[in-house]
Write a protein that binds this ligand. Structure first.
Ligand code: PGA
Ligand code: ZN
Length: 396
């Protein structure tokens, strides 16, 4: 018989910390562990609200009732349902927002890992033998993440194929550096600027960038892709590329996207259409590209089921704070795996040093983690993946 000593929640407290954009973020401390939640810039309109009032007011309000969580006995991931029961009985998302529950659940899980003296991924999944996820790296960026001064597509991405995650992290970094050099030579307006996620901001056009990425694809063992974040480009039934002075009807846009996939051999394409066009996604999904929903699906099981039924996507972005609950995010991961959709655990453009998503991605054995290439808040996750891989090499 296994004797498990449950963790009792003995101390809890919320505070304000700063995130990578200099905004206020919520951190919650549980026993001897703390965790925080990220924030988006190009949010889907169907996401759970991160904060229903000023972060200060949320923190004050949460701290006024925090003792209600004391005494909870936590033994495993599933016990987060007790935490959610208390959270929702106190007013839930309307009162505290999704980010509060995410920070709270991350902190509970981290405290549990400390309680068992194990890395978090191991507590979540004792069976895991290797680091499955490979980092999808944002190397050139535009859209809302670059003040609309870069290209209209939000992210240009690379996905390495390597034996270890360590090699993948450094291959992404090498290519990121090389792209900086290439832009210096080919883009007269290039200032060496990086956006929120550490991706280079260029004045080159979409197809000029894709041309460069095709060269990278020939040279290195990487696949390439984009996050169009098309909801940001959609207005009154039309898609507008401001930077390139082009306007497309829905049908023209679908053709344009399909052509880009074909011409540049795009392996990955996220949010190619605006967030309510499940049928348009399905058109693009007829190509062999890994078509991925982010704003479309918002880590919401109902929307993911709809996307599955309509054959809109082959992959689904998992951002815990889109749905405000680790349990609910996991439900989506499970559904994806059962139905053959690729779950992709993702950071957000506004991040903290919190590394919980590295543990979730490893424990849930998802093939891809989207978490940037450089900058402190991004490498916090990448370095944790390196540590986890080493831990597994030594102990399993
Ligand atoms: P966000 O965007 O974190 O700013 O919402 C990231 C993404 O669209 O993948
Ligand atoms: Zn996205």
């Amino acid at each position: 018989m296994k004797l498990v000593v449950k963790m009792i929640v003995e101390k809890i407290k919320a505070r304000i910390i700063i995130n990578s954009r200099g905004e206020k973020a919520i951190e919650i401390e549980v026993n001897n562990a703390y965790a925080s939640a990220p924030s988006g810039a190009s949010k889907g309109k169907n996401e759970v609200v991160a904060f229903p009032k000023e972060v200060e007011d949320v923190v004050k309000d949460f701290n006024s009732v925090k003792d209600k969580f004391l005494g909870l006995k936590i033994e495993s991931f599933e016990d987060l349902d007790q935490v959610e029961e208390v959270f929702f009985s106190l007013g839930g998302f309307e009162r505290f927002g999704g980010n509060t529950l995410v920070a709270l659940e991350f902190a509970i899980l981290k405290a549990l890992a400390k309680h068992y003296r194990l890395p978090l991924f191991k507590v979540l999944n004792p069976e895991v033998k290797e680091v499955v996820p490979r980092p999808l790296g944002n190397v050139i960026g535009g859209g809302a993440h670059a003040l609309w001064r870069g290209p209209d597509f939000q992210e240009f991405l690379i996905l390495p194929k390597t034996k270890t995650v360590r090699e993948a992290v450094f291959l992404n970094a090498k290519i990121h550096r090389e792209l900086g050099q290439i832009l210096k030579e080919r883009d007269k307006g290039f200032l060496g600027a990086k956006n929120d996620e550490g991706a280079w901001v260029t004045t080159l056009k979409i197809e000029e960038i894709l041309e460069i990425l095709s060269e990278i694809k020939e040279k290195y063992n990487v696949k390439i892709g984009v996050d169009v974040a098309a909801s940001q480009l959609y207005k009154n039934g039309k898609y507008i590329l401001r930077k390139e002075n082009k306007e497309f009807s829905r049908e023209e846009w679908i053709e344009y996207i399909k052509e880009l996939i074909e011409t540049y051999g795009l392996y990955y394409i996220e949010d190619p259409l605006y967030e309510e066009d499940f049928e348009g996604f399905a058109e693009v999904n007829k190509t062999k590209a890994l078509v991925v929903g982010d704003d479309l699906t918002v880590t919401n099981i109902k929307r993911v089921m709809k996307a599955y039924e309509k054959r809109s996507v082959k992959g689904v972005i998992i951002k815990v704070n889109q749905i405000g609950s680790v349990l609910k995010a996991y439900e989506v991961v499970e559904f994806c795996k059962k139905k053959g959709l690729v779950p992709i655990v993702s950071h957000r453009s506004g991040e903290t040093e919190d590394n919980t998503i590295a543990h979730l991605a490893v424990a849930w054995e998802v093939p891809i983690i989207k978490t940037g290439v450089v900058q402190g808040e991004r490498i916090a996750k990448l370095n944790e993946l390196i540590r986890i891989e080493e831990w597994l090499e030594e102990y399993s």
